[in-house]
Ligand binder design. Structure first.
Ligand code: T5A
Length: 207
């Protein structure tokens, strides 16, 4: 029964709004769920998240950013994700390595081989059973996210950065259709939730 499910997308596209809904669907189907997030999910990971997202004017080097994402991930896998899966629990994670391919690979334009090397080192063979990418045009995500607090360090990037992030996500879904899918998140929340439910059925996570 244990499954590893991740939720992805550009800023403001509705991950937080859909996370609880997915958890409820999973629990109704008998999954014992652990909900977590990246960067974060452990005390070290949350401390790294604070450094990664803090309102700093310092120009963090892209390599340092990449390595911190994977440092947080190594801790998260060892302390939370692997133990939960071993225990038969389903892990529902707000962002994971596909975010690194999209943000550090697409957005920052880092060499994808660096990312896949770290992915193999930190994760071995482990990949999510299903990654749902909530996809919407950058303007929509920006407008939704903009109604909240002051932007964090990554949210301060220009639209072109997020266009590259979105394109990288779409590319990941096209290249890995057996475990990564896109949902049209530009629609109303009820419609998005219906699409999400269909994907969970289609990928045999719930019946
Ligand atoms: N990061 C992360 C990397 O660069 N590399 C990595 O490897 C990893 C793991 C993390 C940041 O770190 C980066 C990516 C991120 O920049 P985060 O908190 O996970 O940050 O991500 P954010 O994208 O900042 O999360 P947000 O909270 O901004 O976006 P959500 O969760 O997608 O959006 P949500 O649900 O809060 O919705 C935003 C607003 O829109 C409304 C909601 O009510 C809310 O007001 N809304 C809708 N309105 C209309 N129609 C719909 N369908 C709606 N859905 C939501």
């Amino acid at each position: 029964m244990a499954k590893f499910i991740t939720l992805e997308g550009i800023e403001g596209v509705g991950k937080t709004s859909n996370l609880l809904y997915i958890k409820e669907l999973l629990e109704t189907s008998g999954h014992d769920c652990v909900v977590t997030r990246e960067p974060g999910g452990t005390s070290l990971g949350e401390a790294l998240r604070g450094l990664l997202l803090s309102h700093s004017d310092e120009n963090m080097s892209p390599d340092a950013e990449l390595l911190m994402m994977f440092a947080a991930r190594a801790e998260h896998l060892s302390k939370v994700i692997q133990p939960a899966l071993t225990d038969g629990k389903t892990v529902l994670c707000d962002r994971f390595t596909e975010a690194t391919y999209a943000y550090q690979g697409g957005g920052r334009q880092l060499d994808v081989d660096k990312i896949s090397g770290l992915e193999t080192w930190v994760q071995g063979e482990l990949r999510p059973d299903l990654t749902i990418i909530l996809d919407a045009p950058v303007e929509i995500g920006r407008a939704r996210a903009g109604s909240r607090s002051e932007p964090d360090r990554i949210e301060k990037e220009q639209d072109e950065f997020f266009q590259r992030v979105r394109a990288a996500y779409i590319d990941l879904a096209e290249k890995n259709p057996q475990r990564i899918c896109l949902v049209d998140a530009s629609k109303e929340l009820a419609d998005v939730q219906q699409q999400v439910q269909q994907k969970l059925v289609e990928y045999n996570i719930i019946s």
